[in-house]
Write a protein that binds this ligand. Structure first.
Ligand SMILES: Cc1cc2nc3c(=O)[nH]c(=O)nc-3n(C[C@H](O)[C@H](O)[C@H](O)COP(=O)(O)OP(=O)(O)OC[C@H]3O[C@@H](n4cnc5c(N)ncnc54)[C@H](O)[C@@H]3O)c2cc1C
Ligand code: SF4
Ligand code: SF4
Length: 444
């Protein structure tokens, strides 16, 4: 007897979609996420390309649909630690559920604890080191659950939150729990991170006015930490802004040789939002080539050009910072009309860093990965959600870099295949690697 039909690892938009689709078919799902809220990266986005819809207007209804689904149970601060495939097509998984130090059933989300807490630290999660947070509090306005969580590493144990809490929800003695559970299928939807390495040539993460794409995203968001885009060095609004494309992708030297698929589009989005807020600002996107292959994406690029955003074909070799924290970019242009080396100055730079897998599933689940760390697809063209372990599927950016639309499609596709497996319609034999056509010919 299984505890749940399906275990979905990751509560980003991919895992959420898989959970809703399986839940709607009557399967009992446990969706786990290691963060204090579900939503993944999408919940940090201001607006989304190519429509410039508000990000949370799309994410929050889906988060709520999964979270409140009668067939979906959600655990936060939870991750798998052990995995075993059984002969009867089931899986035993050990799940570590870390202490939140707040009782979810007692907490009302009133934020009295947050007001009382004297400790302010940098928010390294939701606001990507661009804003403050308290040691205890409801993580952010659209977080689910809308309940407080205590950051035990930041806490000084003064006890003020416990005194302020009207429902006695704060439990300093809460401990981590280990759960041994049986599932009929497992779906890996553990998502992505921005490439963590910032090249020394681009300041190695030390230049104050050089941001990552996610940091720019948070500054542009209505729920952002500062109510607008500013220079960290002096708090001034920038008037000359550069975007450096492929700053952490298509680059063998940092071990990320592949294209990250979405950075060109999110840089155009950021440039358009900046241009809307400050029409006089000078905005330039430095790129080797703009990759806008999706539906409505090329039109989005044209719209940006019409708005006056500059696109310069070239590679930024180096960024230098002066005493006033202004930035000089060393550029090699490939533009036919003006090729060669140049120096250009900007007062704010955003690096489009690219995407790497967030989690190495092999630490728990012995599934094959590609050399880049994304989950290996055994039938990449015909059944892309299948992994090397029969009954284990993958969805979203755990498979490869994807935008939201493609992540949602792959989430639904994973649910479809998982339900086929649960109904006995997908046999172990189907999980044999599909060879590329050319190799098949050689074998024949
Ligand atoms: C700056 C930026 C701007 C973007 N703008 C857009 C845009 O405008 N339009 C668009 O279409 N796309 C955009 N994207 C891409 C979009 O964010 C992704 O397509 C989408 O978030 C992928 O969702 P996901 O569920 O695959 O992964 P994620 O959002 O990364 O979610 C994965 C989840 O898995 C959890 N997790 C990881 N490992 C474990 C584990 N071991 N155990 C438990 N849980 C785990 C994580 O905590 C996380 O919540 C942007 C991306 C960036 C970086
Ligand atoms: S005990 Fe910790 S979380 Fe509570 S108010 Fe004091 S510092 Fe903040
Ligand atoms: S822990 Fe208590 S004070 Fe804090 S949000 Fe929950 S109910 Fe309110």
């Amino acid at each position: 007897m299984n505890d749940y039909d399906a275990l979905v690892i990751g509560g980003g938009i991919g895992g959420i979609q898989t959970s809703i689709d399986l839940g709607d078919q009557g399967f009992k799902v446990l969706m786990i996420d290691k963060q204090v809220s579900i939503g993944g990266s999408m919940i940090q986005l201001s607006k989304v390309f190519p429509t410039l819809d508000c990000g949370s207007c799309i994410t929050t209804p889906k988060m709520s649909a999964a979270f409140n689904h009668p067939n979906v149970t959600t655990w936060n601060l939870a991750e798998p630690t052990e995995f075993k495939k059984n002969d009867d097509r089931t899986f035993d998984v050990k799940i570590l559920k870390k202490a939140r130090y707040v009782d979810l059933s007692d907490c009302t989300g009133c934020k009295e604890c947050e007001l009382a807490c004297p400790v302010i630290v940098n928010d390294l999660g939701y606001d990507v080191n661009m804003g403050p947070k308290k040691a205890i509090g409801v993580p952010f306005p659209t977080a689910l659950p809308q309940k407080a969580a205590l950051d035990i590493d930041a806490c000084i144990f003064c006890g003020r939150c416990a005194i302020a809490c009207p429902t006695e929800a704060i439990k300093f003695d809460q401990v981590d729990e280990i759960h041994d559970l049986k599932f009929g299928t497992v779906i890996i939807a553990s998502g992505f991170l921005e490439t963590p390495t910032i090249k020394e040539e681009y300041g190695g993460g030390k230049f104050t006015n050089v941001l990552t794409g996610k940091q720019m995203e948070r500054l542009l968001a209505p729920t952002g930490p500062a109510g607008g885009v500013f220079r960290r060095s002096d708090g001034k609004n920038p008037w000359s802004i550069a975007f450096v494309q492929c700053a952490g992708s298509r680059d063998e030297t940092i071990g990320v040789p592949y294209c990250s698929a979405i950075c060109c589009m999110f840089a155009i989005k950021h440039a358009m939002l900046l241009s809307g807020a400050a029409p006089m600002a000078d905005i330039t996107i430095y790129n080797m080539d703009m990759r806008t292959y999706g539906k409505g994406h090329d039109e989005f690029l044209q719209e940006a050009k019409n708005m006056g955003i500059n696109f310069v074909k070239g590679k930024i070799a180096k960024i230098e910072e002066d005493d006033d924290k202004n930035l000089t970019l060393h550029l090699e242009t490939f533009d036919d009309w003006e090729p060669g080396f140049k120096k250009v100055e900007h007062d704010l730079v955003t690096l489009s860093l690219g995407l790497v897998p967030q989690w190495n599933p092999q630490s728990v689940i012995p599934v094959a990965l590609n050399p880049d760390g994304f989950v290996h697809k055994i039938r990449p063209k015909t059944s892309p959600n299948l992994t090397t372990i029969p009954g284990v599927f993958t969805a979203g950016t755990a498979m490869e870099p994807k935008d939201i639309v493609d992540t949602i499609i792959s989430g639904s596709a994973a649910a479809g295949k998982a339900s086929q497996w649960l109904n006995g319609g997908l046999t172990e034999e189907f999980f044999i690697e599909e060879l590329p056509v050319s190799l098949k010919v050689e074998h024949d």
